[in-house]
Design a binder for this molecule. Structure first.
Ligand code: 8X3
Length: 261
């Protein structure tokens, strides 16, 4: 703060909506923004888990309980947000995830299509409902949780990499539409983070999930919460377009080359 000239100052969001708040990143974000005194709107599919989280936060909170696949419930839950929570100035589109890591030609077709629904279609539905009020208020920020998978292809990544590339380009393109609105858009692109991500990718196979994080030092959800809070609390004239974050012990491999013999 002391480093900023007097005409500008750090921003604290007033009302933060977080999708996928009942685990991993979402819970870490909720805790950080609650500690900053923000009013929260927390979304989850499991009402009991949502209630358990809210009971620890000690902050005015409105809960949204819906499945990302349920278009009608998504619409009605968002339309029924009470007036005192309506001036959302930060939407964190965190809900989503990966389903499977098989080769595309061997993968379950339902899983592939569901990844598009969970990561893209539902994000569009939610953002389309929340953004107009931000534009009207000339104040707000959308923080999308992308992934390094949107930048770097890997075996078995296919649709998950593609949906995260969509999130990146959607975020950047939204910025173009939002010129002169004072609404910011940021895509945060985490690499390997130890959360329930792999457990749900591998449909509850705990051994496969644990192997992803074994014998290395992955990021933790709180690392990404730190990035999100930083991007959100910068002065309003600063927009972080994209932020790619990896563990120090994760980096790039050479391209694979098929050779004879
Ligand atoms: C999660 C990161 O590398 O497992 O979005 O796809 S990765």
């Amino acid at each position: 703060m002391d480093n900023y000239p007097t005409h500008t100052s750090l921003y604290t969001p007033k009302c933060v909506m977080i999708t996928g708040a009942t685990s991993g990143f979402g819970t870490a974000f909720a805790r950080r923004f609650a500690a900053l005194g923000c009013t929260l709107i927390l979304h989850g599919r499991n009402e009991e888990k949502l209630d358990a989280l809210i009971s620890t936060l000690n902050i005015p909170t409105h809960k949204l309980v819906f499945d990302l696949f349920d278009k009608e419930k998504t619409r009605t839950e968002i339309e029924n947000i009470p007036a005192e929570f309506k001036d959302i100035d930060l939407l964190i589109n965190n809900a989503g995830g990966a389903l499977g890591l098989s080769k595309f030609h061997e993968a379950d077709e339902e899983d592939l299509l569901n990844m598009i629904e969970m990561n893209n279609s539902s994000l569009i539905r939610i953002t389309r409902k929340i953004l107009p009020k931000m534009v009207e208020n000339k104040c707000g920020q959308i923080i999308n949780i992308g992934s390094i998978a949107g930048n770097w292809p890997y075996p078995g990544g296919h649709v998950y990499c593609a949906v995260k590339a969509f999130v990146k380009q959607f975020s950047l393109s939204l910025r173009a539409d939002l010129t002169n609105t004072n609404v910011r858009v940021t895509n945060i692109e985490p690499g390997m983070v130890e959360t329930g991500f792999s457990l749900s990718r591998f449909k509850g196979d705990a051994d496969k999930a644990a192997a992803v994080y074994a014998k290395t030092t992955p990021l933790v959800a709180e690392d990404i919460a730190e990035n999100v809070v930083w991007a959100a609390c910068l002065p309003q004239h600063v927009n972080i377009n994209t932020l790619e974050v990896m563990p120090t012990r994760q980096s790039f491999s050479p391209l694979s080359v098929e050779r004879d013999g």
